[in-house]
Design a protein around this ligand. Structure first.
Ligand code: HEC
Length: 225
């Protein structure tokens, strides 16, 4: 059996799978999947709730009810975070530091920490609840997350030690780097003004290189014939 004839069934299977995937994609696009395939079911409200955990960084939309204190957060932080981030957020070894670094972002050695970098406090809640502790993401309860974020804000001198943090208090905090992010692209050769969102191309596209074709890393209709 030649190599190419052995390959042919595989190619046929791949083509069949691809066309099945395209049909499936089309069916989903038209919302006909259940009738066509007879499997799967609508996600339950509880399942959607489990996925729908995002908190919008700037205005805190989606922050859950609940609250926590700096004191409770300190205890949780020492148990679950300090091994990497240091007892006071100073960073352990090469693990990221969470304090300091103010006014270093434009320097040769920018240090991105909670106080030096994050523009909005609700984003810290979202990030911590979603991703930390590193080895057990999404294991923190909402109250525990409020407490830990309260401790993080406290060691960054943004919240007093006797404070209680809830959604309203978190939204009210103004982060030091709030105005440090610029809209748009600051490079001098990029045009300023509102970005174009539709019908932006004034001339038809022009091919400037056929390198990918010459390297054989892009489908080439001419060669397949
Ligand atoms: C096993 C080590 C480890 C542990 C434990 C850990 N983290 Fe992290 N943390 C990391 C690493 C690594 C990053 C950087 C992740 C990245 O950049 O993608 C990070 C990033 C962060 C950041 C963002 C840093 C920044 O740029 O400002 C915060 C905030 C944070 N962690 C908080 C926590 C909190 C709160 C806990 C405890 C609940 C925790 N971490 C536990 C390793 C850890």
């Amino acid at each position: 059996m030649s190599r190419s004839s052995r390959r042919r069934p595989l190619v046929a299977i791949a083509a069949a799978l691809l066309s099945a995937a395209l049909v499936a994609g089309d069916a989903f696009a038209q919302d006909r999947a259940p009738q066509r395939f007879g499997f799967g079911r609508a996600a339950t409200a509880a399942e959607i709730k489990g996925w729908d955990i995002d908190v919008r960084a700037d205005d805190g939309l989606g922050l859950p009810p609940g609250k926590g204190t700096v004191a409770a957060g300190e205890k949780l932080y020492q148990e679950q975070c300090a091994s990497c981030h240091g007892e006071f957020g100073e960073g352990n070894g090469r693990w990221p530091e969470l304090i300091g670094g103010e006014k270093t972002l434009r320097s040769e050695d920018p240090r991105k920490t909670v106080a030096s970098f994050w523009p909005y406090a609700p984003g810290i809640f979202d990030y911590v609840r979603r991703t930390m502790p590193f080895a057990a993401p999404q294991s923190l309860s909402d109250d525990d997350t409020y407490s830990i974020v309260a401790y993080l804000l406290n060691i960054n001198d943004l919240l007093p030690a006797d404070a209680t943090l809830d959604a309203a208090a978190l939204k009210a905090i103004r982060m030091p780097n709030r105005d440090g992010f610029v809209q748009g692209d600051p490079r001098p050769d990029v045009p300023v003004g509102e970005p174009c969102m539709s019908k932006c191309r004034k001339e038809p596209p022009r091919i400037t290189s056929d390198l990918a074709q010459r390297l054989g890393v892009t489908p080439d209709n001419r060669r397949q014939k």
